[in-house]
Design a protein around this ligand. Structure first.
Ligand SMILES: *[C@@H]1O[C@H](CO)[C@@H](O)[C@H](O)[C@H]1NC(C)=O
Ligand SMILES: *[C@@H]1O[C@H](CO)[C@@H](O)[C@H](O)[C@H]1NC(C)=O
Ligand SMILES: *[C@@H]1O[C@H](CO)[C@@H](O)[C@H](O)[C@H]1NC(C)=O
Length: 505
């Protein structure tokens, strides 16, 4: 039924028949709660003369100035739901027993917010027809108030929040323990046709002892915060749980790391560092600058402690001592280091320098150029001297006590970038590139052994590292002219040479 029909009915019935037949609304306003039921009624007179009056028609409409909804219709004692608005489907019924007593009573169940509005009750019998209107207001009280305390970012402030749902919107008032009114920040979210969610917040100082109460003034619901008693503290129970979980996670990590190591060992052998000294033990092998080392698988003790920085030095020394020089080669090596190298080592300008010059200053790059293999021999001397410390044959000539970590990369067999190679060649797979970077400081000596440009991936990672590095000492051994780009890139560098022949001393 639309608006025009109501107007027509209005015009048709009111002037002519209302004198004889009247309808009166029971109440002008009904107030009911969201989700509950309401019974609205209107009385008609005279009552039905014939209890089976075939002319009986009862109609309820809901309307606003722009909208009409058919709520209920009964014709000749039969409900007619053909025109019923779907909003009321299954929620309305007429209390038919009341009809004989002259009442049209409509029950609406499960009330919705938008059931609110004006209802028109129209009754037609054999005696005549009439209608009246009544108003329904559906409200939703703000019942339970949810409290929330949050530490405001920084400082001694707390953010206290109260939240509740209801209809219509309610203002929120705040008071402290002395009933002083506080100014809240209140926001209301109103999803269409649903309850209003009202959130109200105040900021208070956490150090001041006080009580704060929020009151949803429409219904008087409230909640009180007792500060500082209610400031949430980290719960002991949770702490215990976190500790247990952390231990579990650490153990899993250790197991995974060990399994990973086992696999690494299984599929990739560690090359033995070979000292490139020829049979006479005096001059270095000619073919060796680019010679690939033959891999000799070595058992390596796994130190889980190597994960920690304080144990890394010990781990590296242990790692190097797993590649001991053979007993025949070792005396030659030591003799070369102690007797020959000091006389053959010189600056680029031909000035003789001591073995200690091999140790770069913090942040310095030293290029050591020499005939094939001489660099490798020198690198081996550095490694064994660092590993063995004061007991080593050249310890008087070469003091490496400032070096906490020595990493030596065999450049003749690189496949990955610099960090990947450091990790692989030192069995440090569990370290991330960033962790390594933090280790490569002035306390670290990085030896790039037998470096020759040509592997772009590796070269670029070396150049990037040398540009970004913070204080790390770097020694690059190569044959002359094999790393021209690097030579040009590095500005804080110095070049040493190992002379071909023993110089006159
Ligand atoms: C008020 O509260 C709302 C919602 O929590 C927040 O977005 C807004 O920034 C607050 N306003 C002030 C002035 O604190
Ligand atoms: C009334 O509200 C209900 C939800 O509660 C919605 O499904 C319906 O479409 C609304 N009706 C009108 C006319 O807004
Ligand atoms: C806060 O309220 C509690 C309980 O009503 C009361 O015992 C306490 O004295 C109040 N504190 C302040 C600072 O008002």
């Amino acid at each position: 039924m639309d608006w025009a029909v109501i107007v027509v009915l209005n015009v048709m019935f009111q002037p002519s028949l209302s004198v004889l037949f009247t309808v009166e609304a029971e109440r002008t306003v009904y107030e009911s709660k969201f989700g509950e039921d309401v019974v609205m009624g209107c009385r008609f007179q005279p009552k039905l003369s014939n209890p089976h009056d075939a002319d009986l028609k009862v109609t309820w409409h809901w309307f606003t100035s722009t909208l009409v909804r058919d709520v209920y219709r009964m014709e000749n004692w039969k409900e007619n739901s053909a025109f019923q608005d779907p909003d009321y489907l299954g929620r309305v019924m007429l209390l038919t027993d009341e009809l004989r007593d002259g009442w049209s009573k409509l029950k609406i169940s499960r009330l919705r917010i938008n059931d609110s509005g004006t209802y028109q009750c129209l009754v037609q019998t054999g005696e005549g027809a009439d209608y009246k209107t009544t108003t329904l207001s559906v409200v939703a009280p703000y019942k339970s108030v949810t409290k929330h305390i949050e530490k405001a970012a920084g400082g001694d402030e707390l953010l206290l929040s109260c939240q509740s749902e209801g209809y219509p919107e309610s203002p929120v008032m705040w008071q402290d323990g002395q009933l002083k009114t506080l100014n809240p920040n209140t926001t209301a979210v109103t999803p269409p046709q649903q309850l209003v969610k009202v959130t109200s917040q105040i900021r208070v100082r956490s150090s001041a002892k006080n009580n704060y109460t929020c009151i949803f003034t429409k219904d008087g619901s409230s909640a009180t915060f007792q500060i500082p008693d209610e400031i949430p503290v980290p719960q002991k129970k949770n702490d215990a749980l976190i500790v247990v979980l952390s231990i579990g996670v650490i153990m899993v990590a250790i197991i995974v790391a060990m399994l990973f190591y086992r696999r690494q060992k299984g599929c990739r052998g560690h090359s033995t560092r070979k000292l490139l000294v020829d049979g006479r033990g005096k001059s270095v092998s000619v073919a060796a600058c680019l010679a690939k080392n033959k891999g000799n698988d070595e058992e390596i003790t796994i130190f889980n402690e190597c994960c920690m920085e304080e144990h890394l030095g010990a781990f590296l020394k242990d790692h190097y001592s797993n590649f001991p020089l053979s007993t025949e080669v070792r005396p030659h090596c030591e003799a070369f280091a102690a007797e020959e190298l000091p006389h053959r080592l010189q600056t680029n300008e031909g000035q003789p320098v001591s073995l200690q010059a091999l140790l770069p200053e913090a942040g310095e790059v030293v290029f050591l150029e020499g005939p094939p293999g001489s660099g490798k021999t020198t690198a081996n001397i550095l490694v064994s001297s660092w590993t063995e410390g004061p007991t080593h044959a050249v310890s008087k000539l070469l003091n490496l006590s400032t070096v906490r970590f020595l990493f030596t990369v065999d450049c003749s067999r690189v496949k990955g970038d610099l960090f990947q190679e450091i990790k692989m060649q030192h069995s440090l797979m569990q370290k991330t590139g960033d962790e390594l970077r933090t280790l490569l400081t002035s306390e670290a000596l990085l030896v790039l052994d037998g470096y020759r440009e040509g592997n772009n991936f590796f070269d670029e990672s070396v150049r990037n590292f040398l540009m970004e590095r913070e204080g790390c000492r770097v020694l690059v051994t190569s044959c002359p002219g094999q790393c021209p780009i690097l030579n040009d890139t590095v500005v804080t560098g110095r070049t040493l040479q190992i002379q071909n022949k023993v110089g006159r001393s």
